[in-house]
Design a protein around this ligand. Structure first.
Ligand SMILES: Nc1ccc(Br)nc1
Length: 445
C-alpha cells in the first residue's frame, strides 16, 4: 500500500491521511516514520538472528531478562551532552509522569539489579533482546527504533568480565560465518584518557564531557573536536596531548607514554593476554581512539567494525563501575555491550552470508471434496499433535494446492479422498520424489 499521495509534513511526521474524492478516509498503512514492519520473510530473518543471539547467550551461561520498553525519563537524564540523551523519545503520560521509550537497555538492567538488591548472588550474567528508541529529526531519515542484544555482567571487577563479553561477540560473528578478516574489535580503556587528563591536571568533573566529545573523532573534524575541548576549558596543550595519545594503536607505545604502572596499561595487557588463551586474539586490536559515546563508561571500552570501513560500528560496550551510584545505590562493578539488529544485517548482505530462510511446512492436508472436510481436520489434528507443521487447505482446486505446496516448500501432500477414506486410508504424495502411496489414516506419522 502506498503512503498518502500528498500530505503536509511537520517535523518529518506525515499529517493525517489524505481524504480521497469519495470521502472515505484511507488510513496510512505505513508504520510511523523511522519504524519498521516485519512481514513474514523479514520476521524469519529477525527470528533467525535473535536465535543466534540466544544460542551464544546460552553457551556463555547468561540468563535472559526483560524490561518494559517504557521507562521513567529520570533513568536517562544525564548532563554529558550525549546524542542518546538529546534524542530521548520522551513524553508525559496521562498521569502526568515523565516517561520515555527507552533509548538503551543498560539503565533498566541497573534498575533491576538495584531492585533485586541482596537477593541476587554476584557475579550475575544477564542478557536481553529489546527494542530501543530515539526521536531523530526525520530530516536525517534515520530509523527511530532498532532491536539490541545486550549482555551484561555485574559483580566481576576484573577484566576477565570484558574478555567474556568479547568471546560472546566473537562467537556470534563465527556463528554467522563472519571471520576476523571481515571484522575487527577495537579495544581501549577510558582510563587511558583519565591518565592523560591527570597529566594535564584537568579536573575530574570534565572527564565524562571530554569522553563524549572525543567519541566524535571520525564523525567531526579534528578542528571541531579541538574547539569543543577548548570550549569546556582545556588548554590547547592538553588538547594536543589528548589527540596525540588517542591516535596510538600500539600498546607498547602507550606503555612508553603512560608508564607500566598506569591501571589502563595493566588492564589492557591482561585483556590481550586473556585473548590469546581464549583463542580470539586475531579479532581484537588496541586503538586508543575508542572511547564510546555513553557517559557512564569508566574502563575498558570496545567496538566491532567492518574492516572494509563501509559500515557504522556493529556493536559496542564497556565497563561502567559507577552507574548504580548515579541512581543513588551502592556501586557494583559492571560491564556490558549492545549489539543492534541493523548493521549486522547490512554486513551479512555485503558478505553474501544471509541464510536461506524460505518457509518450510511438513504437510499439506487437503480434502478432495466438501464432505471430507471433517476427516481432513482429524488427519491434520493428529499430525499436529505429533509435532508436524500442517497447512489444512480447503475450497481450492487441486492445481492451486500443488502450486501452494511448492510455494511453502511442503514435504508431503496428504489427500483425503472418499474411496480411500471409506477404507480408512489416505493418499500421501512425497513432493520431492513424487512418490505416492496409501497409508492407514490412524497410522499416519
Ligand atoms: N539508541 C538508539 C535507539 C534507536 C536507534 Br535506531 N539507534 C540508537
Amino acid at each position: 500500500a502506498s503512503a498518502p499521495s500528498s500530505s503536509t509534513v511537520e517535523n518529518g511526521e506525515p499529517s493525517s491521511p489524505v481524504e480521497p474524492s469519495d470521502g472515505a478516509s484511507v488510513v496510512d498503512v505505513n508504520p510511523p516514520r523511522g519504524t519498521r514492519d516485519f512481514p513474514p520473510e523479514d520476521m524469519r530473518l529477525r527470528t533467525w538472528l535473535f536465535d543466534q543471539f540466544r544460542e551464544v547467550s546460552r553457551v556463555m551461561a547468561f540468563e535472559e531478562v526483560d524490561f518494559p520498553v517504557l521507562e521513567s525519563e529520570a533513568l536517562f537524564i544525564r548532563k554529558a551532552g550525549e546524542e542518546i540523551t538529546q534524542q530521548l523519545y520522551n513524553f508525559e503520560d496521562k498521569g502526568g509522569r515523565r516517561v520515555v521509550l527507552r533509548p538503551e537497555i543498560t539503565p533498566s538492567l541497573a534498575r533491576l539489579v538495584i531492585k533485586q538488591g541482596k537477593s541476587v548472588s554476584l557475579p550475575l550474567k544477564w542478557f536481553t533482546i529489546g527494542q530501543c528508541w530515539r526521536y531523530e529529526r526525520m530530516t536525517r531519515g534515520r530509523r527511530r527504533e532498532h532491536y539490541q542484544w545486550n549482555m551484561d555482567i555485574f559483580g566481576m571487577p576484573k577484566v576477565r568480565a570484558e574478555s567474556e563479553l568479547l568471546q560472546a561477540i566473537i562467537l556470534l560473528f563465527e556463528r554467522l560465518g563472519i571471520t576476523s578478516s571481515d571484522v575487527g574489535i577495537r579495544v581501549s580503556s577510558r582510563k587511558v584518557l583519565q591518565a592523560v587528563l591527570n597529566m594535564y591536571s584537568i579536573p575530574e568533573h570534565l572527564f565524562t564531557e571530554v569522553c563524549v566529545i572525543v567519541d566524535k573523532l571520525g564523525k567531526l573534524t579534528r578542528e571541531e573536536i579541538e574547539k569543543k575541548l577548548v570550549t569546556i576549558g582545556l588548554s590547547s596543550e592538553a588538547v594536543l596531548g589528548i589527540i596525540e595519545v588517542l591516535s596510538l594503536k600500539s600498546l607498547p607505545k602507550l606503555e612508553e607514554v603512560l608508564g607500566s604502572d598506569v591501571e589502563a596499561v595493566a588492564d589492557l595487557k591482561k585483556l590481550f593476554s586473556f585473548a590469546e588463551q581464549y583463542g580470539y586474539a586475531d579479532w581484537i586490536c588496541f586503538d586508543a581512539s575508542v572511547v564510546r559515546g555513553l557517559a557512564y563508561y569508566t574502563g575498558i571500552v570496545f567496538e566491532a567494525f567492518d574492516r572494509d570501513g563501509k559500515l557504522r560500528a556493529i556493536c559496542g560496550g564497556g565497563r561502567y563501575d559507577r552507574l548504580l551510584s548515579t541512581f543513588g545505590s551502592e556501586d557494583i562493578p559492571a560491564c556490558g555491550f549492545g549489539f543492534g539488529d541493523a548493521v549486522i544485517v547490512e554486513l551479512l548482505k555485503e558478505k553474501g552470508l544471509l541464510p536461506d530462510l524460505s518457509r518450510q511446512i511438513d504437510d499439506i492436508v487437503f480434502p478432495l471434496d466438501e464432505e471430507l472436510e471433517g476427516p481432513a481436520c482429524s488427519v491434520a489434528s493428529s499430525l499436529r499433535r505429533q509435532g508436524r507443521s500442517v497447512d489444512l487447505v480447503e475450497d481450492k482446486r487441486l492445481k492451486w494446492v500443488f502450486k501452494h505446496a511448492e510455494r511453502i516448500n511442503a514435504g508431503r501432500l496428504i489427500l483425503v479422498g472418499k474411496s480411500e477414506w471409506e477404507r480408512g486410508m489416505v493418499r500421501v504424495k512425497i513432493l520431492s520424489t513424487r512418490e505416492e502411496f496409501e497409508v492407514k489414516a490412524g497410522e499416519l506419522q
